[in-house]
Design a protein around this ligand. Structure first.
Ligand code: TRP
Length: 455
């Protein structure tokens, strides 16, 4: 089959794609969501299930998603339609792309709100609000932000506008170069913070909490949440990687790239856990308190270390940058789809998509800010959208991707595209994709939809 070309050009190298994919993968999912979810799930056993989910389901599905994107070379909707036609499948497979576009926008409607907390914390750190912070002051600091919907809205608007501007100007490729500088810097800061936390916090309790794998019985609910977190952190299941892979050079190894991205991503999550939990236990914070966890703990660390204001501001700034790169990935399927299929200019498409996300995000802001007008129970809207995206829509997208690449596509097509021969590694991938992923994801979905008692 003659190779298709993307109409938007290609990544210049394998490195460029690795950077873009890790830029998309590393973000709030690792540093904000992983610790808080792990805290809620009680640690140990959950961490083990999470690692298994990444290795046995997340990674194979990630490879499949990249494979489909590169073979299709269009926006996810159109790629799925064309590939399905080629493999004599049904035209309905294009709905996988539609589902992805919707999922991405729903995720963004709260992702950008959390990113705006991060943005607000850059300023808090720089103005010295963390100095000498203890558990009580850092909680007050966060509550002041949360109870001020207008301030949250302002930061939220600024964050989305920046993302929209970058997409509209098409300068994202320029930012990939910044990833090369910022990601290592973020890693260095994370390592330094791990050092600080382990030496001053309760390292013993944190290790026991995170790595005592036998701590709890494993149940369906835990598997469900772990699977959702694995997909979320890896950016798998909604077509973002598919959209990025459309620009991937033909000779790049998909397997090698996916392993690199997944491993780096998992390391960042574990480091975040090693920063947060020693402080949680040393300062008597509640591990299972939910989405505010890192915002309650990190200021304590920055408040104690010399130059903490500066280091804190730098840290939150890098985190904003990481969130921004993830946001670009979440926007990409919707924007490229509008550009390719509806002939919108990129600027108009970016404006339309960001405007839509902004409107949706208002509900998230209101839900955290307890805006009485909307009569939403505290966090109600957030909890709902969060559950729907991570625990239902991402696993559903992943399941469909696995079924398509594993069962609809003929073996030769996948062998050709993965280009790693037909040895043990290929067989293992195909087996995980055809059997393990659908079984686990199917089970997870049944639980998520409340069709079984997961406990
Ligand atoms: N993985 C990102 C993070 O951890 C978030 C993200 C970006 C994402 N693209 C995605 C999540 C696609 C799900 C699907 O912060």
């Amino acid at each position: 089959m003659p190779r298709r070309q993307s109409i938007h050009g290609h990544w210049s190298s394998r490195l460029a794609f690795v950077l873009a994919a890790s830029g998309s993968a590393v973000g709030l999912g690792n540093i904000w969501r992983f610790p808080y979810i792990t805290g809620e799930q009680g640690g140990g056993a959950f961490v083990l299930v999470y690692l298994l989910c990444v290795a046995l389901v997340g990674l194979p599905v990630m490879m499949a998603e990249v494979l489909l994107g590169r073979r299709g070379r269009r926006n996810p909707i159109e790629s799925m339609r064309m590939l399905s036609e080629e493999e004599s499948g049904s035209g309905k497979w294009r709905l996988v792309g539609v589902l992805g576009v919707i999922t991405g926008l729903l995720i963004l409607s709260y992702y950008a709100v959390i990113a705006s907390w991060t943005l607000a914390y850059v300023v808090e750190a720089a103005r010295g609000a963390f100095t000498g912070a203890d558990a009580a002051t850092s909680r007050q600091l966060f509550e002041a932000l949360e109870k001020d919907p207008l301030r949250m809205l302002a930061w939220f608007t600024l964050f989305l506008a920046t993302a929209g501007w970058i997409v509209a100007r098409g300068v994202a490729a320029g930012l990939e170069r910044a990833v090369k500088l910022f990601m290592p810097l973020l890693l260095v800061l994370l390592l330094a913070l791990v050092g600080y936390s382990l030496t001053t916090g309760d390292a013993g309790a944190a290790f026991a909490f995170l790595f005592d794998f036998g701590s709890h019985a494993i149940d369906g609910q835990m598997l469900l949440v772990a699977m959702g977190q694995a997909f979320f952190a890896l950016s798998v299941g909604m077509g973002a990687l598919m959209a990025y892979a459309a620009y991937l050079p033909q000779q790049t190894s998909i397997g090698g790239t996916a392993v690199t991205v997944a491993a780096a991503n998992t390391v960042v999550s574990l480091l975040a856990g090693l920063i947060v939990f020693p402080l949680v236990f040393a300062h008597g914070l509640e591990a299972g308190q939910g989405p505010a966890l890192v915002f309650h703990t990190l200021p304590i660390a920055f408040g104690q270390i010399p130059g903490g204001g500066f280091v804190g501001a730098l840290f939150f700034l890098l985190l904003v940058f990481a969130a921004l790169m993830s946001t670009l990935a979440l926007l990409e399927p919707a924007v490229v789809w509008l550009v390719e299929q509806h002939d919108l200019r990129r600027g108009v498409a970016a404006f339309a998509v960001c405007g839509f996300v902004w409107l949706l995000g208002l509900a998230t802001v209101a839900s955290f800010g307890d805006v009485a007008l909307l009569r939403l129970p505290h966090g109600g809207w957030y909890d709902m959208i969060e559950h729907a995206t991570s625990n239902v829509l991402l696993p559903l997208g992943g399941l469909l991707i696995a079924l398509f690449a594993g069962w609809v596509m003929c073996k030769n097509s996948t062998v050709e595209e993965l280009d790693m021969g037909v040895g043990l590694r290929y067989d293992l991938w195909r087996m995980l994709l055809r059997f393990v992923a659908p079984l686990v994801l199917g089970f997870v979905l049944v639980c998520a939809l409340g069709l079984c008692d997961a406990r």
